[in-house]
Design a protein around this ligand. Structure first.
Ligand SMILES: [Zn+2]
Length: 277
């Protein structure tokens, strides 16, 4: 049984502020250790639940956060950021379950640690066929198209709600309770690891019974940006249409293609970004 873990950083226990997730921040090196501990807990739970192969995809920022020397040596690691499929690179039809670890709520969620949708400075809302999705929803749809169900998600209580709203049958672990955007009541680290091992074991044991959510056959993506300028930049992508001043829309043949289109749109928009105004 093959399990794919996509690991982000904002939803890891002990992580609460931008300083914890930016490479130059004072809390970043410690956050890497916390992230690796949580990944190891989920890897060991996954093997206890019957996994025979586990791939961990380091998915935060430049995707070189996990402490390689401390990673459970039964797991393989996808590391480095120039890759086709972003936070789920390497996920294909051969997997039996997707685990999203250390994830965070989408942009605009109240009481959610470091809420954002791919880029807090650029993206206000992203919709697939009219449904507002965060990183959890987008990546879960990508996996569902390959018949891989989302079996578990971890983060704060806002991420748990987003996960359950998306797919009721998902196993979740709340590692911290957000009391604002940059403040959370964090569980004891050891307790967190126990919860993660337990939940991963259960999720993997039941993976075969989980169903992937329905995927739109020809998905259309709408993006509302944070600035008009970003929508102007996005318009350089062929086939894209303008909605209102800050919104663009683009259609794709499937989620795999939409994954590529999304990244092209973001890059094109970013070329017009001006941090001063
Ligand atoms: Zn992240």
């Amino acid at each position: 049984m093959k399990i794919f873990i996509s690991a982000d950083l904002e939803g890891v226990n002990g992580v609460v502020a931008p300083e914890d997730v930016e490479e130059v921040g004072g809390g970043y090196q410690q956050a890497r250790v916390f992230m690796t501990e949580e990944v190891n807990a989920v890897v060991s739970g996954a093997f206890a639940g019957g996994a025979t192969e586990v791939i961990v995809c380091d998915s935060h920022n430049v995707s070189a956060n996990i402490k390689v020397e401390q990673l459970d040596d039964r797991a393989q690691l996808v590391r480095g950021d120039t890759r086709a499929n972003s936070m789920v690179h390497g996920l294909d039809e051969s997997f039996d379950g997707l685990i999203l670890l250390g994830y965070h709520a989408k942009f605009g969620t109240q009481n959610a640690i470091l809420d954002h949708t791919f880029s807090p400075s650029m993206i206000r809302d992203l919709r697939v066929n009219g449904m507002s999705v965060g990183e959890l929803g987008f990546n879960a749809l990508f996996a569902a198209e390959k018949e891989v169900p989302l079996i578990m998600a971890t983060g704060d209580q806002a991420l748990e709600k987003e996960a359950k709203d998306f797919y009721q049958d998902v196993e979740t672990v709340v590692v911290k309770y957000a009391e604002g955007r940059f403040c959370a009541r964090c569980l004891p680290r050891i307790k967190t690891q126990d919860l993660l091992v337990e939940a991963a074991e259960k999720a993997v044991r039941q993976a075969k019974e989980k169903k992937p959510v329905a995927v739109p056959s020809s998905p259309e993506m709408e993006i509302t940006f944070q600035q008009v300028n970003l929508a102007d930049g996005a318009m350089r992508v062929p086939g894209i249409r303008r909605g209102d001043a800050m919104t663009v829309a683009v259609a794709a043949a499937n989620m795999e293609e939409l994954m590529a289109v999304r990244q092209a749109v973001f890059n094109s928009a970013a070329g017009f970004y001006n941090p001063l105004f």
